[in-house]
Design a binder for this molecule. Structure first.
Ligand code: FAD
Length: 480
């Protein structure tokens, strides 16, 4: 590039300096680099970031700005109705000749980005879009007859055969010398209005440290302490057995390649290899979610299996409210929903249990559950949320058969055998003995009394009888 060349790096869902191909390229090829973040929620179609994700974003942007400032740079913030005019304005004001970013895959944003590329190139700017959100290009992984995959296991096999994730990129060396002679104006972080100023956010702040440093710490701790037992630990909501990296991956404070290489690089014997493979398989589920989102973009709101368009859902507002608040009378369901509300995250096992309960025991459309998750999860991800809900409802790719209906009592007994998870999130049941904690309605009066539990008063009575609800769900399904 000529002397004095300036490039804009448009940060989207890649709020990190390490393993960031767009940033890396700009720093290597241009004299000055302007890191930019644009807040344009109207462009996200039906899925603008929800409340918990906005909280995370606020802190993640602050962290990224702090990291950039340590390198003599800063994060420029702008907000508006659309990205294109904002990018044009920044390019004009700074004399930038190039714009780089890492792709995202949500249908509305893909469409927007195609237009932005075209228009900026017509303006005479150099534009390049890199891939770092996922490990594979969804167009290049195909079945032998050239179609997208709908079943996970062959997808995973193909991915393993086809994929070379490449080396992780180091944080670029950018120092003061990469700063432009004059910085363009920036909004303040507060002006983006992301931080909810609501007491609810205190629970999120207690549970998480957004930002690249927090992400790296969590990855290192997980590998050191829990990866070896992951295959068993990942199923236990009462343990800290999974990585809890999902919100960091969602906001791009870690790339899947960083995770992949760190986990694969840790292996030095057979037992470790089995543990690493079990973990990488879950990263591949994340990839599968993106593969489906890319090829079947309508599935964020419509069932992949068209048969389910006729499903006789029976949405009850009262039941929906009880589910959202964690007041269904089923302890493991309520524990999951309260963990979600308090921390913005829920264990995968309980996500499956509460989603099954909503769609099968309550016959509430999976789309309603997906929207609640969207607003309350710090890791809300359109690809994985859609995959998880459609899978549980039975309408998605490689979905769990509809007739497999989770029994919340046996799931609780199996995966939270001592009731520690329920005690942590449903404190009004904390004094119950383990034998009764997942079905307090069966406990003797004296046991309830000793534990200070009055059903229908200190803790809700069940809003449905699982056995009856199960029959009702099967009947509805058989009518399809
Ligand atoms: P780990 O077990 O440590 O797994 C490591 C990573 O692999 C995760 O961070 C995630 O990126 C990926 N992963 C793990 N399990 C899955 C899975 N089943 N599907 C896709 N990717 C997976 N995940 C999200 O990131 N965002 C969502 O909005 C989301 N919504 C869900 C909704 C439902 C109804 C269900 C059943 C699952 C959903 N999941 C979602 C998938 C999964 O529950 C979370 O990724 C996981 O619980 C995150 O915790 P972890 O990082 O400790 O996972």
């Amino acid at each position: 590039m000529g002397k004095g060349s300036i490039a804009v790096v448009w940060f989207l869902q890649d709020l990190r300096l390490g393993d960031n191909p767009a940033l890396d390229h700009a720093v290597a090829e241009y004299d000055a680099v302007i890191p930019l973040y644009l807040w344009t929620p109207d462009e996200h179609g039906e899925w603008p970031p929800g409340g918990a994700a906005k909280w995370w974003l606020h802190h993640s942007l602050a962290s990224l700005d702090g990291d950039l400032r340590q390198k003599g740079s800063r994060l420029v913030l702008r907000k508006g109705a659309a990205a294109l005019p904002l990018l044009r304005a920044v390019a004009r004001e700074t004399g930038a000749r190039a714009v780089f970013w890492n792709a995202r895959y949500e249908p509305a944003l893909r469409e927007r980005d195609r237009e932005v590329v075209r228009e900026l190139r017509e303006d005479g700017l150099t534009v390049q879009v890199f891939r770092s959100r996922i490990l594979h290009d969804p167009r290049r992984i195909q079945t032998s007859d050239g179609n997208p995959y709908r079943v996970f296991t062959p997808f995973w096999k193909k991915l393993q055969d086809a994929m070379d994730v490449g080396a992780t990129l180091d944080r670029p060396r950018m120092g003061e010398s990469k700063a432009p002679a004059r910085w363009p104006a920036s909004e303040s972080l507060g002006a983006l209005g992301l931080d909810p100023k609501h007491q609810w956010a205190d629970g999120l702040a207690e549970a998480w440290t957004p930002g690249e440093a927090g992400a790296q710490r969590r990855l290192d701790t997980f590998i050191e302490r829990a990866l070896l037992d992951y295959d068993e630990g990942r199923n236990r909501p009462d343990r800290d057995g999974s990585s809890r990296l999902s919100p960091y991956l969602q906001h791009g404070e870690l790339s899947p390649r960083q995770v992949w290489n760190a986990v694969a690089g840790w292996v030095s014997n057979r037992t470790m290899k089995d543990a690493a493979d079990a973990y990488l398989r879950e990263i591949a589920w994340r990839e599968f979610g993106y593969h489906l989102l890319f090829h079947f973009p309508h599935t964020t709101t419509e069932p992949l299996n068209e048969k389910f368009e006729r499903f006789p859902w029976d949405a009850s507002e009262r039941d929906m409210k009880a589910w959202c608040k964690g007041r269904t009378g089923y302890p493991v369901v309520d524990a999951g929903m309260r963990q979600l509300w308090r921390t913005g995250w829920m264990h995968n096992r309980t996500r499956m249990i509460v989603a099954s309960f909503l769609t099968k025991d309550l016959l509430i459309p999976w789309q309603d559950g997906a929207r609640w998750f969207w607003d309350t999860l710090v890791d809300a991800d359109l690809a994985n949320n859609t995959l998880g809900w459609q899978w549980t409802a039975g309408s998605g790719a490689d979905a769990q058969p509809y007739f497999r209906i989770f029994n919340p009592v046996s799931q609780g007994n199996r995966y939270d055998p001592d009731g520690a998870y329920v005690r942590a999130w449903v404190p009004e049941l904390a004094e119950l003995p383990s034998a009764s904690i997942h079905e307090p309605w069966k406990a003797k009066n004296s046991v309830l009394e000793d534990a200070g539990v009055v059903l229908g008063d200190t803790y809700p009575s069940r809003i449905v009888d699982h056995r009856e609800a199960r029959d009702r769900a099967l009947e509805a399904y058989q009518g399809l």
